[in-house]
Ligand binder design. Structure first.
Ligand code: ADP
Ligand code: MG
Length: 248
């Protein structure tokens, strides 16, 4: 067995090249179970591309992405989701004309035909799950409210909730607190700390105050490569990081 066996996610020597330009360049990255990892780095560093590669939206040029010891490179996106990887894009994509309840209900991952005659039990189970998830994303009082009437922050929470309905073992979020109020950021930090108790989270974030609150470990990406990796304190004291990123 390889040394990567104990990691939930083990990325090795991953490269993607767009017309000869390596947006991600021989990247190796390992994420533990129940770890909350933050990726930071200047614009164009390759952060979003790393998430695109993991969820199968972008095809790797070379290298390996092992999730629970299974190779994800070459697997279609829907199958990667089923393996247990949930990904949230930068802008919220909820159904504005459906209620919070309905948005969450739609995200429950069971094919109806599979359950067939168990329909009644299924719906009880789903309802229970919707309530639990709505509670964890601060929306339990708003279950009957349509998406369009939520604040920007509440929409972001709803989308996190929609991902939680699928109970992913790895949750990936791209700048989830951009555009949120300070109070919403604080609540989001609580939320992420809480949900990382039963899953791993990979987040791209710019807000360093927020990163400080949530990160178990920080990876700094620059020109598609890892510039530094460690605790927030390690990163803050790293001279190369200060030069390329924090110094701006
Ligand atoms: P970040 O999220 O760190 O700001 P990105 O991962 O979005 O950076 O982009 C990294 C680099 O790769 C940028 O120079 C971007 O223009 C380029 N890039 C990203 N996706 C594509 C693509 N599909 N085709 C061509 N170039 C791309
Ligand atoms: Mg990005």
């Amino acid at each position: 067995m390889s040394s990567s066996t104990n990691f939930l996610l083990a990325i090795e020597d991953l490269t993607v090249s767009f017309d000869g330009f390596k947006a991600v360049d021989s990247l190796s990255l390992y994420v533990d179970r129940n770890e909350l990892r933050v990726i930071i780095g200047p614009n164009g560093a390759g952060k979003t591309t790393v998430l695109d590669l993991i969820c199968g939206k972008t095809k790797a040029t070379s290298g390996s992405i092992k999730f629970k010891d299974t190779e994800m490179v070459g697997m279609p996106e829907y199958q990667i989701v089923r393996t247990g990887i949930g990904r949230k894009f930068q802008t919220p994509s909820i159904y504005e004309n459906l209620t919070v309840f309905e948005n969450l209900e739609l995200s429950y991952p069971t094919g109806r035909s599979v359950w067939g005659c168990l329909g009644f039990r299924r719906s009880e189970e789903v309802i229970e799950r919707i309530h639990a998830v709505a509670d964890s994303v601060f929306l339990k009082e708003l279950l009957e409210v349509e998406g369009a009437f939520l604040s920007h922050g509440q929409k972001q929470w709803l989308e996190i909730g929609m991902l939680l309905m699928q109970d992913p073992e790895l949750l990936m979020l791209d700048e989830p607190v951009a555009g949120m109020s300070p109070a919403e950021r604080e609540q989001t930090a609580l939320l992420l700390n809480r949900i990382s108790a039963d899953r791993s989270i990979l987040i791209i974030e710019h807000d360093m105050e927020f990163v400080q609150r949530i990160a178990h470990k920080v990876t700094v990406l620059h020109l598609g490569k890892i510039l530094a990796e460690g605790s927030m304190a390690d990163i803050q004291h790293n001279e190369r990081v200060q030069e390329v990123y924090l110094g701006h």
